[in-house]
Design a protein around this ligand. Structure first.
Ligand SMILES: Cc1ncc(COP(=O)(O)O)c(C=O)c1O
Length: 450
């Protein structure tokens, strides 16, 4: 009988993260200062990030040690299993083998603690007392609240207002771990007040919430800012998942043909694929597919350009695929995928043609989530269900062609706090929405000139 789960022992858990920057054929375009248009220097980032994370951000070292304290907390749920989705394969009647790397086992329920724990550790080490952040779906906020508890740090979370309303229990989770949660836009920051003055009913966006959190960090000496995706150091911390997956495939003497993950800022997908990238760059045949919502298609319809990471324009300019930093996405249920940009490292990989992109609508995404729940049992987060949609599409293609491909997807989180979205789907109340190209063209007029 085929083994369902491929496990690693705690001793086999990787002790270093992998840094793709070491293996890029040419260095990434650097973040630049919006005023001078010159590359920013580490001291410019020091008011909002601890120095060790700034060093990781620009590092070209291939391997970076995972501190023992971080490894010890990882062991609460890591290594995570690589699981064969045999029942889904049978249901689809596909010759493809489908595996998933199950990151839903962490206490907050997603991949996000892989970086939250590391970030809390480095901040604590440098004497920081409080972390401020944003959260969309509430997954990142709960991961950071969880991590801050272990290092005795205070945690302030600006939660995108639409998610605050859609996901009240994510807020409870953050508060149980001791965080303070504020719906964004809020009257707690100058930028929040400005947004509310223009639109008192604003549903918020990740870009606005990021601006609020950065403002708090910049104005308070004891507080730093923490970002749950996009930046190089976040993607670095997430490589623990791809490194484990590689070891797990070695154990069964297999190698994936297709790697799939959903993409918001790009961290879970990058964490899975980056450790496989050196093999791909050396000529090994494999496809890597990032899956984003049709309603927020930064990689498929956005421009590859320098843009702000937030709405207020407080961050350095990052070279990335972007829909424009003023983008306020429709209130689709995959809150964690509603970001206007994508990580610079992942954007470069897409731009170089190493990574493909799919952009399904939310109804087909939920259809696949139901298939998954009724075959594999677990209820996926709506974000994760995007990766499941594309996995099912690829497995159906294999059925048609008769190819026995090995597919692996990153199962980024469970959907236990997303049941209102499932209710809406079952009641046929979910609307599909394709972000129009004209809106993208309009937004591009406001992109900073570099
Ligand atoms: C379950 C889940 N998956 C995926 C994402 C997308 O983020 P990223 O692209 O950084 O992995 C989120 C973001 O909140 C999430 O909660």
């Amino acid at each position: 009988m085929t083994e369902k789960k491929i496990n690693l022992s705690e001793k086999e858990m990787p002790t270093q993260w992998y840094n793709l920057q070491a293996d890029l054929p040419k260095p990434l375009d650097p973040p630049i200062h919006p005023g001078t248009k010159q590359p920013i220097t580490p001291d410019m980032l020091a008011p909002i990030f601890p120095m060790e994370l700034i060093k990781q951000e620009v590092s070209s070292e291939r391997w970076i040690d995972i501190p023992e304290e971080v490894q010890n907390i990882y062991k609460i749920w890591r290594p995570t299993p690589l699981v064969r989705a045999c029942r889904l394969e049978k249901f689809l009647d596909t010759p493809a083998k489908i595996y998933f790397k199950n990151e839903s086992f962490s206490p907050p329920g997603s991949h996000k603690p892989n970086t939250a724990v590391a970030q809390a550790y480095y901040n604590k080490k440098e004497g920081v007392k409080r972390l401020a952040t944003e959260t969309g779906a509430g997954q990142w906020g709960s991961a950071l609240a969880f991590a801050c508890k272990f290092f005795d740090l205070k945690c302030l979370v600006f939660m995108v207002r639409i998610s605050y309303q859609q996901k009240p229990y994510r807020r409870s989770l953050m508060e149980v771990w001791g965080a303070t949660v504020i719906p964004s836009p809020s009257d707690k920051t100058d930028f929040g007040k400005k947004v509310l003055a223009e639109d008192p009913d604003s549903i918020g966006s990740l870009g606005i919430a990021i601006s609020e959190a950065i403002e708090v960090a910049a104005k308070n000496d004891d507080t730093k800012y923490s970002l749950g995706s996009v930046l190089n150091h976040v993607l670095l911390h997430q490589t623990i998942t791809g490194l484990e997956t590689k070891k797990q495939f070695e154990k069964i003497d297999e190698y994936p043909d297709i790697l799939i993950g959903c993409c918001g800022g790009g961290s879970n997908f990058s964490g899975l694929i980056f450790p496989f990238m050196p093999d791909k760059l050396k000529g090994k045949k494999m496809r890597m597919i990032a899956v984003e919502p049709a309603a927020c298609p930064s990689l498929t319809k956005g421009l590859y350009a320098y843009d702000f990471g937030d709405t207020a324009g407080q961050t350095p300019l990052l070279k990335m695929y972007t829909l424009g930093s003023q983008f306020i996405p429709p209130g689709i249920h995959a809150g964690g995928l509603r970001y206007h940009g994508a990580a610079p490292l992942l954007s470069a990989a897409v731009h170089n043609g190493w990574v493909e992109v799919a952009a399904p609508n939310q109804n087909p995404v939920f259809e696949s989530a139901i298939i998954w729940s009724q075959t594999e049992g677990a209820i996926p987060a709506p974000e994760t269900a995007h990766a499941i949609r594309t996995t099912i599409d690829e497995a159906i293609k294999c059925k048609k062609s008769g190819e026995k491909k090995t597919i692996v997807l990153l199962y980024s989180g469970h959907g236990h706090f997303d049941l209102s979205a499932y209710d809406a789907y079952l009641a046929k109340k979910l609307e599909d929405y394709e972000y129009p190209v004209e809106k993208v063209h309009e937004a591009m007029k406001h992109i900073p000139k570099v």
